[in-house]
Design a protein around this ligand. Sequence first.
Ligand SMILES: [Zn+2]
Ligand SMILES: [Zn+2]
Length: 178
Amino acid sequence: MEFNVSRLLKEPVGAVRDYTVAEQVKLSDLEEECWVQGEVHLLRTERGVLAQCSFQTSARCFCSRCLAPYQQPLGFTLEEECFSTVGRVSGQGLPISDPDSFTLDEHHILYLDEAFRQYLLTSLPMQPLCREGCLGLCPRCGADRNRAACTCPQESQDLRWSSLRRLSALSATRSREA
Ligand SMILES: [Zn+2]
Ligand SMILES: [Zn+2]
């Protein structure tokens, strides 16, 4: 995702450009290409360009219950000011105060891929689920309970529950005694 903002930078602060994005994006060597759709709104600022975007995409995730890989649909907005590193008129280098800020390259090209990657990572679910109501793996035999029920006894699956049940039985007895 790259945009030549050379012309936009010649215009006064407040000038805008709008783009529609529909393309394959490869985020890193490790990741597969993902299909991205969205709107990109670019606003000329004092020091560069403010990008305001909304994206629809999907990412490969692993289900937190059954561990199966699946495509997670994602939608998020992105807002970042990208600073000019070269003066549009002077052609001289401009100082960048924050080393983590996004910049335009010396040919006034705005690359949104890195910002997109960072926003995508923060939009991933904390507990990814391959489907609503995924039954997960059996903690005893490891069988995928979405495929077939295993024959492990249901009752003693989780010892924490039985100790809780004992506790509540105990407090019930106590309140009756009081
Ligand atoms: Zn699952
Ligand atoms: Zn089992």
